[in-house]
Ligand binder design. Structure first.
Ligand SMILES: *Cc1c(COP(=O)(O)O)cnc(C)c1O
Length: 360
């Protein structure tokens, strides 16, 4: 670790904007490719908040109820109000039709799309909806760094800005941290917002502290050196588990989900009983599957004040989905154990007959 921080010692710079952080931003941007620039942030939550503030979004923000709470917290921290919308059960993501209906019925300041579980779908449907309504599109792709859309393009280019998390639970993990990918002009505004909106001796807008230290960036460099290897290992383990799950009739992410880095493998079963039975069966084998994003956030106490919303797609998926864990460093034995255990679990319960549709 000492060696990794040599540049920081040489520059006597360990906080934000140091040599390691700036170089990591360049490496991350090179990896994403294309026109976008990348800025490091202290977390995805802070990055989303800074992005909404930098875009000067006000009022309601269209957002799926099927997400991690941070997505909604960021909207409220930016002084806006989440307008919880339904997902398409086939894609697990904000349904463009539901988003268009919400934008048509109420004045909204933005759409915040979530790439569920880091899946890497092509997002032109939701991009069109946001463009038609004349509002910015912010994308929470917390778990997707290292993934590619079905076209092969790395994620990070959709909407106005895409926000990654580098939290310990993600595939690209540095403890706490994240990054935003945006055009250079918007990225400058996000940096400004995330640095207390200070401009010389003036403060020009609402802001926050969204900065990442150079010490965290040093970990990012080490992580980036291993990312391809880790993603390849996850992909190969995921392919086996996806094959086992789909051969038993579970709904699995198809080709429309692109090439995710596979933080976990989302599976949808026939009903809640099947899901709970599969989780219990895995647990008996020492494997901790989890029902992430469940229940939908329209059912959380914090957002119970929201006008009562009928979100059948969210309720349906939240009741019968779970995530199968996978790791980059699984031995052959562990992979066989996971495959056998998943096969056993799904064999015991009623799986679903339909398939997770490829997003059009
Ligand atoms: C992990 C996660 C977050 C939160 O990321 P932090 O970097 O911990 O703030 C936000 N949204 C989604 C969808 C996540 O999975």
């Amino acid at each position: 670790m000492g060696a990794a921080l040599e540049e920081s010692y040489a520059a006597r710079w360990f906080s934000n904007g140091g040599p390691l952080g700036r170089r990591l931003e360049d490496r991350l941007a090179a990896r994403i490719g294309g026109e976008r620039a990348v800025g490091l942030v202290s977390s995805a939550t802070a990055g989303l908040t800074a992005a909404l503030l930098a875009l000067d979004v006000r009022g309601r923000v269209v957002v799926p109820a099927f997400t991690f709470p941070a997505t909604l917290h960021a909207i409220e921290l930016a002084g806006c109000e989440p307008l919880l919308c339904d997902i398409d059960p086939a894609t697990l993501e904000l349904c463009p039709r539901a988003a268009a209906a919400a934008l048509g019925a109420e004045r909204c300041g933005a759409v915040l799309h979530v790439r569920a579980f880091g899946l890497c779908r092509e997002l032109s449907g939701i991009e069109q909806v946001a463009r038609a309504a004349g509002v910015p599109l912010v994308i929470d792709l917390a778990a997707a760094f290292g993934g590619r859309e079905p076209s092969g393009r790395p994620v990070g280019h959709a909407g106005d800005v895409e926000v990654f998390s580098f939290h310990a639970t993600k595939v690209f993990a540095i403890g706490e941290g994240g990054a935003v990918a945006a055009g250079t002009e918007l990225l400058e505004r996000i940096r400004h917002t995330g640095n207390f909106a200070i401009a010389g001796s003036d403060v020009t807008a609402r802001g926050l502290n969204a900065k990442l230290s150079d010490i965290a960036a040093a970990i990012g460099h080490a992580m980036l050196d291993q990312l391809d290897q880790q993603v390849a290992a996850r992909r190969s383990a995921a392919a086996e588990l996806l094959l086992a799950a789909s051969s038993l009739g579970a709904r699995v992410p198809g080709a429309g989900a692109g090439m995710p880095p596979w933080q976990c493998i989302p599976l949808v079963l026939a009903d809640a009983g099947a899901r709970d039975g599969a989780l219990a069966s895995l647990a008996a084998d020492g494997i901790e599957g989890r029902a992430y994003y469940c229940p939908g956030l329209h059912r959380a106490t914090a957002w119970a004040r929201q006008p009562a919303r009928h979100l059948p797609g969210t309720d349906d998926v939240a009741a019968r989905s779970f995530c199968m864990p996978i790791y980059a460093d699984m031995s052959g034995d562990e992979r066989r154990h996971f495959g056998a255990s998943l096969t056993r679990a799904l064999g015991r319960v009623q799986v679903s007959r339909d398939t997770l549709a490829d997003a059009a």
